[in-house]
Design a protein around this ligand. Structure first.
Ligand code: 5AD
Ligand code: SF4
Length: 456
């Protein structure tokens, strides 16, 4: 028998977040909701009466993490400690989580977060098996109570869910169908962020390119982007993630026309082989992808392009992999996330034969990583001698350098003989300044602050 926990004793919570930026931002909204409900946030699971894990199930490893966390901190469970599993693993595993980890008391997927206040009341009144697993929703999780972690860059959700059916991907099963927010609601949030002092925003969605304003304005993504970039006080607008099938030329035109739109596009290709792309059900060929790259390469602004690649998808031959290597060389990505294919529940790729052995996946991953490292060395070398504007994100006490980020999303660490003290650095966080690039590495740039006043 479990004892009912009194409301007061339950009012502290701890949350740990795994996975993508969508999850990070969901947690910011969940935290805001809990604070609004009278909960207090604590910094360790030991101190908390409600321990929440906002989970990711994109690859098997990510999923395993939450179960090991649940084992690690289960002491005190039941009597005076409650555990909640949120996010993608919650949605994917549903009530099976209660069997695997019987001390869990709340299982809720992201499509149910609008019902969090009700679920909390259920927990508070002694229900020890609370679930929120309905995926059949037209709602988005919008709240004015969001508690943002990053003081310089604010995430804004514009679309939730995903209507694609990539053969390897669990997301349509964990985040449900696409739902766009109205343009008014997005613009209102963006404007309110400028009042809080934010100058940089990042528009979020699993596939931002398929954004469709449900209001009579009927804005598409390029229109939303252009309007967000025109908000007084907004100096930088980023967006992620783009699906190549829905990535249209008007997005590149919008970037060309408005310097507030960052010249960086993350356009996951997954494979350089049309036959692999077709088995992945990606809905574009290598040539169609290349056309989108050409729009960007022919743009007036120098647009940084980054991507995701999966190696070892079932049936990927040496020749297919070679095409991915060639594609990387041809495009010269600014950065690349490479993943070994991982089998996911419910996905159609589970039916495919010809699995690639683990050590072969590792070999391909390492070869591609090595090639990409050389490409990044080359690309970043082009910036030496140039002056770049950075948004100052902080100060690294260990290196005595400021940390800045360029519009292209490159880290540019810089020193400034006139302002060496970390205390001053804190006050400079969030400012913009020009930096002369003097050195480059595969993953970052380094330089000296150009002699002029800080702006904004
Ligand atoms: N195995 C490996 N990588 C995957 N990704 C998505 N699903 C899988 C999977 N089953 C990668 C894709 C995606 C990124 C977020 O994660 O490259 O773009
Ligand atoms: Fe992980 Fe995908 Fe869910 Fe993000 S949407 S948390 S990457 S499974």
């Amino acid at each position: 028998m479990t004892l009912p926990v009194t409301i007061d004793r339950m009012k502290t919570f701890y949350i740990e977040t795994f996975g993508c930026q969508m999850n990070a931002h969901d947690s910011e909204k969940v935290v805001g909701t809990l604070l609004q409900q009278g909960y207090e946030r604590v910094e360790s699971p030991e101190q908390a009466q409600l321990v929440l894990y906002n989970t990711c199930s994109i690859r098997d490893k990510a999923e395993q993490k939450v179960f090991s966390r649940l084992q690690q901190f289960k002491r005190g469970a039941g009597k005076d400690k409650l555990f909640g599993v949120l996010g993608c693993v919650a949605q994917q595993e549903g009530e099976r989580i209660f069997d695997r980890a019987p001390h869990v008391n709340l299982v809720a997927g992201s499509a149910s977060y609008t019902k969090l206040p009700e679920m909390l009341v259920q927990l508070e009144t002694g229900n020890r098996r609370v679930t929120g697993l309905d995926l059949d929703t037209g709602e988005t999780f919008d709240t004015p109570f969001t508690r943002r972690d990053n003081p310089h860059r604010a995430y804004i959700t514009i679309i939730e869910g995903c209507d694609k059916a990539c053969a390897y991907c669990v997301v349509p099963f964990t985040r449900g169908p696409e739902r766009s927010r109205t343009s008014e609601s997005v613009m209102r949030e963006a404007k309110s962020l400028t009042e809080l002092g934010y100058t940089e925003i990042q528009l979020l969605g699993q596939n931002v390119n398929s954004y469709r304003d449900p209001s009579p304005h009927a804005w598409d993504f390029a229109k939303l982007l252009a309007n967000a970039g025109a908000i007084p006080g907004i100096r930088r607008v980023r967006f992620t993630t783009s699906h190549p099938r829905d990535f249209v030329k008007s997005i590149v035109d919008a970037i060309d026309e408005n310097p507030a739109l960052c010249n960086h596009v993350h356009l996951p290709v997954q494979s350089g082989s049309t036959s692999v792309l077709s088995r992945m059900q990606r809905l574009y060929s290598r040539d169609e992808y290349m056309r989108r790259i050409e729009w960007m390469k022919n743009a007036r602004r120098d647009i940084a392009i980054t991507t995701d690649i999966i190696v070892g998808f079932p049936g990927e031959t040496e020749a297919d992999f070679h095409q991915t290597m060639q594609l990387a060389e041809e495009i010269e990505y600014d950065s690349m996330f490479i993943f070994k294919y991982s089998k996911r529940p419910n996905t159609s790729a589970l039916q495919l034969e010809d699995q690639i052995p683990e050590d072969e996946k590792t070999r391909r991953l390492m070869l591609l990583q090595e090639r990409q490292r050389a490409i990044q060395m080359r690309r970043n070398g082009r910036y030496v001698g140039k002056t770049e504007e950075v948004h100052v994100e902080g100060y690294n006490v260990a290196t005595g350098q400021w940390i800045g980020r360029t519009s292209q999303n490159k880290t540019l660490n810089f020193s400034d003989a006139a302002l060496p003290a970390p205390r001053e650095a804190e006050t400079l966080g969030g400012k913009y300044t020009n930096v002369l690039v003097t050195r480059s590495g595969p993953n970052s740039l380094a330089g000296e602050r150009a002699r002029e006043v800080y702006v904004q």
